[in-house]
Design a protein around this ligand. Structure first.
Ligand SMILES: CCOCCOc1ccc(-c2cn(C[C@@H]3NC[C@@H](O)[C@H]3O)nn2)cc1
Length: 447
């Protein structure tokens, strides 16, 4: 056994997102989001689940914060639902929407938990989608207007901001692969949207600086890692294309002011022609204060001509998998963090999402989610290795505080350290909750 010790200033937290936990979808003036529309379109979400009720955190946030207080965490990452603030995306502000987030943030501060706010976690106002959504550059301006309102409204209360959660999911998963809202399947559209999202991020950072309010701002790309099956260059290149789709495609423009040539050339071969307007890359290339990193899974892969978008195939290595079917690959967590350090230097990093899906149910009031504890131990050990190797990790925020609406999987896939009974909305602390609580208290764990 080994003691895995973390730096004394390490921050620990939990994460959620508005559409996944709040419910109250038709309450207090909230407008319709693309996930309301997408989830209510038959066939898009398992069991036809939607976020109308979710975990009812809109009404139960005080109970949820009590759970966080008992955990002893430093930071709570949540997202603001744009349609609660601007029901139509622009125009009239909904004061009741602002009031809700003031109640939430005030309770967090009162509980000595730092609020980390994600401005966009996928719930685009449907009214903007009706005008082209992220493919329409007017949505960029609408987002910056929304962000400015929030910055000024919560100045002095919120000091850590994330512009976008997982722009790869917002663009490619949702507009090329098509399994998330709005469900398009068009590579050109998805790539152009990824560009508009990066411009949105940059202009939002610029607006944040212009407001002069205190705080730090970043964004939260999701990552993955593919380990080459062999040392053949074709296998190495194939893996770097998949990693590049998640990492360099979004981080090079922010940190270096340009897209990675190897990805631009690959996309060009696939017929993608990005419309990059004069000044766009300069807008994107705004210095950020910290980088959020989301990591769940990776695997071994090798080149396969004309396979999928990027010419690779997974090689089955019979890794253990979580209940959602994702391989448990902590080595990839270490490797992708080292890749980010090598490429972008010592940017402060918060792990803004890392966690696992295990669908254990309560038995006599206990949830024995040993799989999730094992996943946490493996990935926190990998994180500790990255820190020892010089990666500038400032905090770890696990996904998720509680079971919630897992997008196209609905409520069938559970990522929480707290179990939610979706019929009664009763919360039950899982074994992983107690393990995480002890790890937070100790700032170490025994592996
Ligand atoms: C047929 C191909 O199908 C491909 C499905 O491809 C993916 C990829 C990635 C994901 C994914 C889900 N999550 C967890 C969320 N992160 C943000 C937070 O809201 C969590 O709920 N991360 N990545 C889902 C599906």
């Amino acid at each position: 056994m080994a003691i895995i010790q973390f730096p004394k200033d390490m921050k620990w937290g939990t994460a959620t997102a508005s559409y996944q936990i709040e419910g109250a979808a038709n309450e207090d003036g909230r407008g319709v989001s693309i996930w309301d529309t997408f989830s209510k379109t038959p066939g898009n979400v398992v069991n036809g689940d939607n976020g109308d009720i979710a975990c009812d955190s809109y009404h139960r946030f005080e109970e949820d914060i009590e759970l966080m207080k008992e955990l002893g965490i430093d930071v709570y990452r949540f997202s603001i639902a744009w349609p609660r603030i601007f029901p139509n995306g622009t125009g009239e502000i909904n004061q009741k929407g602002l009031d809700y987030y003031h109640r939430l943030v005030d309770k967090l501060i009162e509980s000595d938990i730092e609020p980390m706010c994600t401005l966009y976690h996928w719930d685009l106002p449907q009214a903007l989608q009706d005008k082209g959504g992220w493919n329409n550059r007017e949505t960029i301006d609408a987002f910056v207007q929304y962000a400015e309102v929030i910055f000024k409204e919560f100045s002095g209360k919120i000091n850590k901001w994330l512009t976008l959660n997982e722009p790869w999911c917002i663009s490619f998963l949702s507009n090329y692969i098509g399994v998330h809202a709005p469900g398009n399947k068009n590579l050109q559209l998805a790539a152009q949207i990824s560009h508009h999202l990066l411009v949105t991020h940059g202009l939002t950072v610029k607006k944040f600086r212009e407001t002069g309010i205190d705080g730090q701002i970043g964004f939260a790309p999701n990552t993955t890692w593919l380990e080459p099956y062999s040392n053949r260059q074709e296998d190495i290149d194939a893996c770097n294309r998949e990693i590049g789709w998640y990492v360099e495609w979004f981080m090079d423009p922010v940190f270096k002011g340009s897209y990675p040539d190897f990805m631009l050339e690959w996309f060009k071969k696939k017929g993608v022609e990005l419309d990059i307007q004069d000044g766009d890359m300069e807008k994107i290339n705004q210095p950020i204060d910290f980088l959020g990193i989301n990591y769940y899974t990776g695997h071994i892969a090798r080149h396969k001509e004309n396979e999928g978008l990027l010419d690779w195939e997974m090689v089955e290595m019979n890794y253990d998998r979580t209940d959602i079917g994702w391989p448990i690959f902590p080595e990839g967590f270490y490797k992708v963090l080292m890749r980010i350090k090598e490429s972008y230097g010592d940017i402060p990093i918060y792990i803004t999402e890392n966690g696992s899906c295990y669908n254990d149910e309560p038995e006599n009031g206990q949830v024995k989610d040993s799989g999730r504890i094992n996943y946490l131990q493996q990935h926190l050990t990998a994180l500790s290795r990255a820190i020892a190797s010089g990666v500038n990790i400032k905090g770890y925020i696990t996904w998720s505080l509680m079971d919630n609406f897992e997008w196209a999987e609905g409520y069938t896939m559970r990522f929480g350290i707290v179990h939610v009974n979706y019929r009664t909305l009763e919360r039950t602390k899982k074994d992983s909750y107690y393990w995480y609580k002890q790890t937070v208290a100790n700032n170490w764990f025994e592996n």
